[in-house]
Ligand binder design. Structure first.
Ligand SMILES: [Ca+2]
Length: 365
């Protein structure tokens, strides 16, 4: 059977009286050989194409959602969370920190990484900013400018005010931030040779955001965009010294946006947390700090340390026994033409496909 091509063709021409605008009653075939031939034209309203629609992206319709026992649904109903606290083990030998500074903490810029633009090992393409701002940079190699001179510290085992060699061991601090809503912050970490950021929040426990090394890391100040979740966020910041030289560790958290820091070189940022405030205090985590069971993160909790585990599970659902469709696609003469739209009743150009009973695919539970 023939179907529409979308093309409207005129078979006849009628004669109109130019004076009255009325038909004269004379007509003739619309002949291509005639000078007044009227070309066919595409008109999909009068000659609609024979589209056929199919539902796609099936899913089981739900009557309700729930979490596995012991889990509670998070605020935006996207996952189920089980948070457990347990005792933290204090260090046998607490490591006290001492401020450090050095003319060798020389840098021309700070480095700033967009979220999703850095690798777990600190690779990627940073942007450079902060030149001529002593908050970030120390281009003239003095001991009083730049981030590391401003907030650097290290272990002082014998309390003589001088840093002592603790080599190839992670050590550092945790900052606990309660967030009213999801927010991206900037976290900076540096040390003699290695630094890392580990995050615990409603996305799970002990997720390593980034961990990186460089033989001259003490000259770098790298800021990473880190996604915090609504609720409690435990940000663990640690460093290592791979050599007994230029011993240092520093970390800060800023509430500014990437654009604020990158585009406004002279801006002094809003600091949420800094190792500058930890100078003279005891390290929280790693060597000489509190320890936690596997899978738990240290929440320093103002010195009453606890270990916290956050388990994340998928949201479960009770099926209605019907299979529903998220979208629908269009076909022309058996071939999908690439046009797809949401399968919502009363919207789009295609027909709505209601859920269909299918207790094999979607058993009632
Ligand atoms: Ca010492």
């Amino acid at each position: 059977m023939l179907d529409n091509t979308g093309k409207l063709v005129y078979q006849w021409l009628v004669q109109i009286d130019a004076n009255t605008g009325q038909p004269t009653g004379v007509r003739k075939p619309n002949d291509p050989a005639d000078p007044d031939y009227v070309q066919p034209m595409m008109d999909f309203d009068i000659c609609p194409l024979p589209y056929v629609w199919e539902p796609i992206d099936p899913y089981c319709e739900a009557t309700s959602f729930y979490c596995a026992p012991g889990y509670v649904m998070n605020a935006d109903s996207t996952s189920c969370i089980k948070a457990t606290d347990t005792m933290a083990t204090p260090p046998a030998t607490p490591y006290k920190s001492v401020a450090v500074s050095n003319t060798a903490f020389q840098n021309n810029y700070a480095l700033i990484y967009r979220i999703n633009s850095y690798t777990p090992t600190g690779g990627g393409s940073p942007y450079y900013f902060g030149y001529n701002n002593p908050f970030w940079a120390n281009p003239t190699a003095v001991s009083t400018e730049g981030a590391m001179n401003r907030c650097g510290l290290w272990v002082d085992l014998n309390n003589d005010g001088a840093a002592d060699a603790i080599l190839n061991k992670w050590l550092g601090f945790t900052a606990t931030l309660e967030m009213p809503a999801d927010k991206i912050v900037l976290v900076a970490v540096s040390a003699t040779t290695s630094g890392r950021i580990i995050l615990t929040n409603q996305a799970g426990s002990n997720r390593t955001i980034v961990s990186f090394s460089n033989t001259t890391l003490y000259r770098e100040w790298r800021l990473f965009e880190v996604p915090l979740k609504a609720g409690r966020n435990i940000i663990q910041m640690e460093g290592q010294a791979g050599v007994n030289n230029l011993l240092c560790f520093g970390a800060e958290i800023y509430s500014n946006t990437w654009d604020e820091l990158y585009w406004e070189d002279s801006r002094i940022p809003t600091v949420l947390w800094s190792t500058a405030d930890m100078r003279g205090q005891y390290f929280h985590t790693g060597e000489g700090g509190y320890s936690c069971p596997a899978g738990y993160a240290l929440d320093y909790n103002n010195g009453s340390s606890v270990c916290r585990q956050v388990l994340v599970d998928t949201v479960k659902q009770h099926n209605s026994g019907k299979l529903a469709y998220r979208r629908r696609k269009r076909l022309l003469r058996g071939v999908a033409d690439g046009y797809i739209e949401q399968n919502i009743e009363g919207t789009g150009t295609g027909p709505y496909f209601p859920p269909v009973p299918d207790t094999t695919t979607c058993p009632i539970n």
